[in-house]
Design a protein around this ligand. Sequence first.
Ligand code: 1HN
Length: 353
Amino acid sequence: MSALGTLEELPLSYRQSLTDLNLLPLWPSLRNFLPYEKPIRETAPVLWRYDDIRPLLLQAGELTPIEKAERRVLVLANPGLGLEKVRATPTIYLGLQLILPGETAPNHRHTPSAIRFAVEGAGAYTVVEGEKLPMERGDLILTPPKLWHEHGHEGTGPVIWLDALDLPLIHDIEASYCIDGATQTLANVPDSSQTSYRRAGLLPYAALDQQKRDFPLLRFPWSDVREALMAYAQGCGPVEPIRLAYINPETGAECLPTLGFSALMLRPSEEVALKRRSASAIFHIIEGGGDANVDGTELTWSEADTFAAPTHADIRIRNGSSKEPAFLFTVDDAPMQRRLGIYEEFSNVPDGV
Ligand code: 1HN
């Protein structure tokens, strides 16, 4: 490997001629674009504490009426990437959104894919394509690309949820835009997590001969996911990680084209070393407290905190309680990387060992 030539080695007049013609020599920056062995990662392993954010978000509720915000959100921005980049990882946008009793966030649809993960409060809902989806603590709600969605709050007290979007990618490829619409007409039935897809392993009979749908299930209630994790734990060996993926019940594939979702349970005092993966990820604490080590950075987490991990990171997560399990929700960009044919797992450190 010989050292590549630098920009400074080139005569000034030559460099100026290139600039005048909108040209650049590749070789001085080739290694930035194509480093050996591992990508250059600017994403910082960083933790956002809910207790820090919550009062500021409630203050935003007083400072900014919903009509002036459309969506009242504080963005969890990664300092390694630059706060102005508005991203938690290179591909994952994260924000905490506040809605107060009686407020509505108007109907729109857009090219980025989004999810909501309910953090605090009760009585709020999202409507996606006419389906009213209650948002109870820990529920995952999908708002897939280009589908109409709006939010409302019929309860008392503030409701806060975590938004995750593939906005960084869609914006960077200059494909991000939205369309506003009139309030949707509601289908007056419970959401499909309570009807057609009430139980894993069962589908409406007619679905067998119909074309598989991209987004048949839009709400994953936490009460079901928690129960599934507890049951799954009994079938897992002592070193296997208790981790369930959220999927499309008709195809078995990931829920959204770009982002993947999972729920991870840590037994009391358990420490999990995750496989090193090419995907970037965020972890949000549903229940419990503990610590994590992300590429050598120690993070101490408690309920409703969120932390980010860069691509190719070494990640260890430890439940700090010797009595209670801990539950984490994760978002990663593995589906996007799989579609691009670049997703990798490095099995030198197997999950759970
Ligand atoms: C959006 O549509 C929502 O619908 C929240 O609640 C956050 C951030 C960027 C772009 C669109 C929502 C968003 C967003």
